[in-house]
Ligand binder design. Structure first.
Ligand code: ADP
Ligand code: MG
Length: 658
């Protein structure tokens, strides 16, 4: 409904605009961020420090004093046959009140008949008692502005409730209109609770209607893949190591999917170093045994190249190609792809450029899926017909939570790490400098170990006060004169990056100064130390990924997180990494702090987000909404779909099938 129908004053309309509220629904969904309970009591029960409300009669004309910029106003009121001395700040206009006026005053009792008022009104006491909403505001706005507009919206708008009656009854929900009324103007605590439950349920229902419909779109029929399990068993036996139980389970789930007559949409999640690549490689092998071509997409050319090398080593009998950005022989490779000459093509985004044609694409694997958008993934998938899709993520979340958040795909989870992983010790250094650890760095270099330095920015910027890679590189070059240094960041050309990375891999570079380009997958076993400047600028999962780079080698890694940030919250967050090396736990902490949008990359994908809902803690409501969404989709209830889909970007649903 249009805001015009509320006939608001220009000032109020400007307030809505400033709060980014564009329609009546948006106003109704501008929920309070907290509530206050207003109570009153007889004077003899007042205790020093009590926050309360009382109705008194003005006895003296208020006098106003200036104290610096503050206006202090004092007056006396009569309450319960006691004279109360009231002080109020910055309300000089209070002196316009009539003597003997009745005032409702809210604030704190300071003892000895002195009261500091926060607020006063001339409304009746009853109007002010009870639970009151508190909205988050910007300058020049008053709580009453929002309350009055919401009240008007509730009186004007016709709030349709299209949720089937039997769902309302099944869960004991209140109507949508009642829910909106009570979240803004709760008549009691239990009424407020019921309102919150109904509105959370609606948020989750929206969420699951989109996820579930996407899932149904993604389950399109396909030709089953036919491969020899004996050959698979031989390949597994010939691996240089034994697969862990968790790896075997994940592989089993994937192979089952390949054999099904419906396309696979599966996420394989596991901590950094849990051994996802080998499972993806075996899936690609099964796909090629079924006479299909496979594509393996990585977010950087460095990583693509690494995968290309390990696949070539694993399967010397397969025809494998590497296709990255501006490689010189790309033309020839593209031609060979179109002629169906390869079993597997490994590469970057170049894999789905318009001039690449795959005659019989059967399986697409994306590594580090959080780095790709939904669109990119589907662009590659749509290079073939009814292609199976396997995505890999190193931001793993607990299985049950994964089932809630990734409702539109199947999830395989690899818990634990292969035996013999060395792990890493992490230290929080409360200054953005290496002075206190310089000896440790020198020691590592002397022992022929390689060291990463990570910076949050490439170049110096006026706006951000952070160490930048370019200056850091210059400074470290001065400091470590006898060692060779390399610089790696996203603004370098692919060729330059490859050259630096290769030199680091070969040990020709001792110190690599880099941005988060090294975050993903890079595997240099001799690198055992990492120093991260401005660590507070990174997400927890990102830092965990970064330090994954130094846990691949001969000895335990050492990771130093530097920060000059004194904020207690920021430090507490970083301490999580000092204490835990468990990617599942860390992702969950990240999720708590930043919400699911950032973790699973749904922000741009059109999946509705939650205002009230907390997917980690509202388990019962989540389960109910998920089940109901499935039921509604099965019934194809037009009325409900219309109501709940209306504001959802159509693309959210279409993306799944495009
Ligand atoms: P990630 O899951 O982070 O992508 P990788 O797939 O790169 O991890 O695996 C990390 C390393 O562990 C690789 O060198 C890989 O060869 C090795 N690896 C994988 N599985 C096993 C296993 N079952 N036993 C021993 N080493 C393994
Ligand atoms: Mg990996």
């Amino acid at each position: 409904m249009d805001l015009k129908e509320l006939q608001l004053t220009p000032r109020r309309l400007a307030i809505l605009k400033a709060l980014d509220i564009n329609d009546v629904e948006g106003l109704l969904r501008y929920y309070p961020y907290r509530y206050e309970e207003n109570v009153t009591k007889a004077f003899k029960e007042w205790q020093k420090g009590d926050n309360l409300l009382f109705e008194g009669r003005l006895l003296s004309y208020p006098g106003t004093y200036r104290f610096g910029k503050r206006a202090i106003t004092r007056f006396k009121v009569l309450y319960d046959e006691e004279v109360i001395n009231v002080t109020i700040f910055n309300r000089p206009w209070i002196k316009n009140l009539k003597e003997n006026a009745t005032l409702v005053i809210k604030g704190r009792y300071d003892g000895q008949n002195n009261f500091t008022a926060l607020n006063y009104t001339t409304h009746s006491l009853n109007e002010e008692l009870g639970i009151k909403a508190v909205y988050s505001l910007k300058e020049g706005m008053r709580q009453s502005d929002i309350a009055k507009m919401v009240d008007k919206a509730l009186k004007t708008a016709i709030i349709k409730d299209n949720l089937p009656q039997e769902f309302i009854e099944r869960h004991g929900l209140i109507s949508l209109e009642e829910a909106y009324r009570n979240i803004h103007f709760p008549t009691s605590k239990s009424a407020l609770k019921k309102a919150i439950v109904r509105l959370k349920y609606d948020e989750f229902l929206r969420f699951y209607l989109v996820l579930e419909s996407r899932r149904q779109v993604s389950l399109t029929p396909k030709e089953v893949k036919d491969f020899s399990m004996d050959k698979m068993a031989t390949a597994i036996k010939n691996l240089p190591f034994e697969l862990t139980l968790e790896q075997k389970k994940a592989l089993g789930e994937i192979l089952e999917d390949l054999k099904k007559p419906l396309t696979m949409t599966r996420l394989m999640q596991g901590d950094v170093g849990s051994g996802k690549t080998i499972i993806a490689a075996l899936a690609l092998y099964a796909n090629s045994l079924s006479s299909y071509m496979g594509a393996f997409m990585a977010p950087t050319s460095v990583l693509a190249k690494q995968h290309y090398q390990s696949l070539s080593k694993l399967f010397p009998n397969l025809n494998i190609a590497l296709l990255c950005g501006n490689k010189k022989d790309n033309g020839d490779i593209k031609k060979a792809i179109s002629e169906g000459k390869y079993d597997i093509v490994v590469g970057t985004h170049a894999l789905f450029s318009d001039d690449v044609y795959y005659p019989n694409l059967g399986l697409v694997v994306t590594d580090e899926q959080q780095r790709f958008g939904v669109k990119q993934r589907h662009k590659l998938k749509n290079k073939g017909q009814n292609v199976d899709l396997l995505m890999m993520s190193a931001t793993p979340i607990p299985r049950t939570l994964a089932a809630s958040i990734y409702g539109d795909m199947e999830v395989s989870t690899i818990e634990g790490l292969p035996m013999g992983r060395k792990g890493c010790d992490t230290y929080l250094i409360k200054e953005n400098s290496i002075v206190s650890i310089i000896d440790k760095i020198k020691e590592a270099l002397k022992a022929q170990r390689q060291v990463y330095f990570i910076a949050a920015a490439i170049n110096k910027s006026e706006a951000l006060n952070v160490k930048d890679a370019v200056h850091l590189y210059a400074a470290l070059k001065d400091l470590f004169k006898t060692y060779r240094l390399g610089l790696l960041h996203g603004q370098m050309s692919e060729e330059e990056k490859d050259k630096v990375m290769e030199a680091f891999l070969n040990g020709d570079i001792n110190i690599l100064v880099a941005t988060t380009v090294v975050e993903v997958g890079v595997n240099v076993v001799n690198a055992t130390m990492m120093i991260v400047y401005d660590a507070d600028r990174f997400g927890l999962s990102q830092l965990h990924q970064l330090r994954g780079r130094i846990q691949r080698g001969y000895e335990r890694g050492k990771c130093f997180l530097l920060t000059a940030n004194k904020d207690a919250e920021a430090l507490k967050r970083l301490k999580v990494l000092e204490k835990s090396n468990d990617g599942f736990y860390i992702a969950q902490e990240d999720l708590k702090l930043r919400g699911p949008g950032d973790i699973i990359g749904t922000r741009q994908s059109g999946i509705p987000s939650f205002i009230l809902g907390d997917i980690m803690n509202d388990t019962l409501i989540v389960e109910a909404a998920k089940k109901d969404a499935r039921e509604l989709l099965k019934r194809r209830d037009e009325k409900v779909m219309d109501e709940y889909y209306r504001e959802i970007d159509d693309k959210a649903i279409l993306n799944a099938g495009d």
